[in-house]
Design a protein around this ligand. Structure first.
Ligand code: 3PG
Length: 400
């Protein structure tokens, strides 16, 4: 983007592909981190006199308009953060979009409605995507890719559109890549990784890659129970991906060969009932050893001994990457594990990176100061796929 700003954008229509996919409670934004993250790019362009056209997806609507996934609340928040009016177009390639963009003066900003209200955005068919991209291209003179959270998606606005216009990377993408490179090239050791979240299957690729890079891998969240099962423990009614047990066994064996330490929970909080996340009524969990989960109970957070163990394993690390909560942190009775890991990252002198929409939202909603971490990535899947060493379509298109 610095190159683009040097060339000058005064009066030019600049299409900014952002990731404004923020968590919503009805129409209330519960974490605006992703909107704040793209502000430097939008501000720089507006200050340089561009007509800024911001576009994004939100959620996973089915290729047709759906009011539950409107970007209107995000546009309103963007306007508050910019301290300037932001025009909102109720469509993406229709008359509202053309009117909103046509009405922009130099330095003004418009937000288009959710790109995924058009089937062409996410279409598998190349021609269908290209057609939608061509209609988007008609709205702008220049493209700036800054939706880091979506660069792993081969979608029209991410992959096809930058090929149709002069294309540049925004500040957020540059910052995210700068940080992620520190986790892949010249990593300072010991390098510890904390992985959580619900499913092992989402993390197989990254574990595979990390076995070559990390010194220590700490496992929590729902995925921990598949690891405990692979170790021969019964996990009761806990989340379990039985079909992943062979893959986990293979990873554990490879880790041992390579001298990578896998650290699993030694105790967990269990209950016979999933907690009520709306009322947050007290859940009264019991603490049990990880090899003694009762058959009629499910594990919902790591236990106190595990919190201590994980804090100790992170205390002497030089680099830490954390992705995925340790338990059902949305309920206060099951937030302690996630809190303990967040606190351990803050207390550690290591270079710490929090990756993933859920973990990033978790640290903010649990009240931690985001500046206490080395970096909080706006990308969940995107940062994991980057660490897997995959080619990310949105970055490849910009490099082209
Ligand atoms: C995310 O939340 O990780 C990004 O916004 C991408 O969203 P998606 O997984 O629905 O493509």
């Amino acid at each position: 983007i610095d190159t683009l700003l040097t060339q000058g954008v005064d009066g030019k229509r600049v299409f900014v592909r952002a990731d404004l996919n923020v968590p919503l409670d009805g129409t209330a934004i519960t974490d605006d981190g992703r909107i704040r993250a793209v502000l430097p790019t939008i501000k720089a362009l507006a200050e340089a006199g561009a007509k800024v056209v911001v576009a994004s997806h939100l959620g996973r609507p089915k290729g047709a308009p759906d009011p539950a996934f409107s970007l209107r609340p995000a546009a309103a928040r963007l306007s508050e953060l910019l301290g300037a009016p932001v025009a909102f177009a109720g469509d993406t390639i229709g008359s509202e979009a053309h009117d909103a963009v046509g009405g922009l003066r130099a330095g003004q900003v418009a937000v288009l409605e959710n790109l995924r209200f058009n089937a062409g955005e996410t279409a598998k068919d190349d021609a269908e995507r290209a057609e939608f991209a061509a209609r988007l291209a008609a709205l702008a003179d220049v493209y700036v890719g800054d939706g880091f959270g979506a660069v792993h998606r081969k979608h029209a606005s991410v992959f096809d559109l930058p090929k149709l216009l002069p294309a540049y990377a925004g500040h957020l993408i540059a910052t995210e890549l700068g940080v992620l490179r520190k986790l892949t090239d010249d990593v300072r050791r010991p390098y510890a990784v904390v992985l959580g979240g619900a499913k092992v299957s989402d993390k197989l690729g990254v574990i595979d890659h990390l076995l070559e890079k990390a010194d220590r891998i700490l496992i929590g969240g729902g995925m921990a129970y598949t690891f405990l099962k692979a170790k021969g423990h019964e996990v009761g009614r806990s989340l379990l991906q039985e079909d992943q047990v062979p893959a986990v066994l293979e990873y554990l064996a490879r880790a041992e060969k390579r001298g990578v330490e896998f650290v699993l929970p030694v105790d967990v909080l269990v209950s016979g009932e999933f907690p009520d996340l709306k009322t947050k009524a007290p859940a009264h969990p019991a603490t049990v050893d990880a090899d003694a989960i009762p058959a009629d109970q499910e594990g919902l957070d790591i236990g106190p001994k595990t919190c201590e163990l994980y804090a100790a394993k992170l205390a002497d690390a030089a680099t830490v990457f954390w992705n995925g909560p340790m338990g059902v942190f949305e309920h206060p009775d099951y937030a302690k594990g996630t809190q303990a890991v967040a606190q351990a990252l803050i207390d550690s002198p290591a270079f710490t990176v929090v990756g993933g929409g859920d973990s990033a939202a978790a640290v903010r909603t649990l009240g931690f100061d985001e500046n206490a971490f080395g970096h909080i990535s706006t990308g969940g899947g995107a940062s994991l796929e980057y660490l897997e060493g995959k080619t990310l379509p949105g970055l490849a298109a910009l490099e082209d």
